[in-house]
Ligand binder design. Structure first.
Ligand SMILES: Nc1ncnc2c1ncn2[C@@H]1O[C@H](COP(=O)(O)OP(=O)(O)O)[C@@H](O)[C@H]1O
Ligand SMILES: [Mg+2]
Length: 364
């Protein structure tokens, strides 16, 4: 029998507490079923001189157990915190990673907005500074202000011009909802300035972005979550997409408390008819392939992306955000368990492909 391929999953750990225990448990179990020697580890588990790793695997009835594992042939990076020791590890050449380090939202948006292959899908975006909101409101009836390093829909503000006044709506860091009605654009500038100062995360900046009218359903913001992954032959493939529907009245579609997941085809054909719905889907796929290939040119080999795509009321597709370490719960929430399992198996299949072909990649 051939020896098993050894795959490590790098993630944050404190004691037996992991960042995404439910997902990581399924990921390891899926890897075991696919015949891999697979385990989780964190930065503190690496013994360089012995070339051994203290790895963690799920116990059958819940919880985790650890033992010493051989050095991984391929490492999947699922670490989502900016911890010093992790960054040092990433910058070392100790491991062969399936996915390269990625960058912050504002830098990625800037790169894509200036690349001929994909710029047509990127809403107009600027780094926040004095006068920018006013300037954007002169051109767009709807403007979004959001942190260049934020996640989970936090601190995102929507500014809407009605012609005679402006309405503002957003959730703060603690998910508290804020609304305001302001008469003048000077007043809006001032309100947004305070928002940015209060919501800033560490030294992060904010983006001012053309707002998209994503009201495909009455009173709800909806957007598309598309998962594009490398498969067992190392090729990009779209695993699936779903619609995320925000809470009634919310400025974002993020799922924290109350959002829902629904099938893409159902909503698009209801809104635009079956034929047009299919064309919109093809457009989203094209966007995904172009974006994935373009980003690999800048960042090196990647493994998967979760794309937030906005389809506006005219049926036009726009890229809102790129997640390099995406969740896949949206497929489970939608009730498509086959797709959900596929979305979990793909990273393992890709890592196995890399392990089998490693010599070829290392000689490049
Ligand atoms: N320019 C925009 N126009 C319309 N809606 C937007 C815009 N930017 C963000 N949103 C809404 O806010 C949500 C969260 O924004 P996103 O940039 O994905 O930040 P996060 O990292 O918090 O998920 C999006 O999924 C979308 O529903
Ligand atoms: Mg998002």
């Amino acid at each position: 029998m051939l020896p098993k391929r050894v795959i490590g999953i790098l993630t944050w750990r404190e004691g037996l507490r992991f960042e995404e225990p439910a997902y990581l448990r399924k990921l390891v179990q899926t890897g075991q079923k696919l015949g891999a020697e697979i385990y989780l580890f964190s930065h503190q588990d690496v013994n360089v001189s012995a070339r051994k790793i203290k790895g963690f695997i799920p116990k059958p009835n819940g919880g985790w157990m650890s033992k010493s594992f051989p050095w991984p042939e391929v490492v999947i990076d699922r670490y989502r915190r900016r911890v010093k020791e992790y960054i040092r590890l990433r910058n070392s050449d100790l491991f062969f990673f399936a996915n390269s380090p990625f960058s912050k939202k504002w830098r990625v948006t800037n790169l894509l907005a200036s690349d001929e292959r994909v710029k047509r899908w990127i809403p107009e975006t600027h780094v926040y500074e004095k006068g920018k909101v006013r300037n954007m409101l002169a051109r767009h009836g709807l403007v979004y202000v959001k942190p260049g390093n934020g996640t989970g829909g936090r601190s995102i503000l929507r500014v809407k011009s009605s012609g005679k006044d402006y309405s503002l709506s957003g959730c703060d860091k603690k998910h508290k909802h804020h609304v305001a009605r302001i008469d003048t654009v000077e007043g809006v500038e001032k309100w947004v300035k305070t928002w940015v100062e209060e919501q800033r995360i560490r030294d992060g900046n904010f983006l001012v972005q053309q707002g998209l009218d994503l009201g495909l359903l009455r009173k709800h913001v909806v957007d598309v979550r598309l998962l594009i992954q490398k498969d067992e032959r190392g090729e990009w493939t779209v695993t699936g997409c779903a619609i995320r529907m925000g809470e009634k009245g919310s400025a974002t579609s993020n799922l924290h408390g109350g959002g829902k997941a629904i099938p893409f085809e159902w909503l698009m054909s209801r809104r635009f008819g079956e034929e047009r719905g299919e064309l919109i889907k093809q457009e989203c796929y094209r966007l995904a392939f172009e974006v994935a290939n373009t980003l690999e040119d800048y960042f090196g080999r990647m493994m998967e992306f979760g794309l937030d795509i906005g389809v506006d009321v005219d049926g036009r597709a726009w890229l809102i955000e790129v997640n390099p370490k995406p969740g896949r719960e949206v497929f489970r929430q939608m009730g498509d368990m086959a797709l959900y399992r596929k979305a979990i198996a793909r990273p393992i299949q890709f890592a196995l492909y890399l392990a089998r072909n490693q010599a070829r990649f290392l000689s490049l």
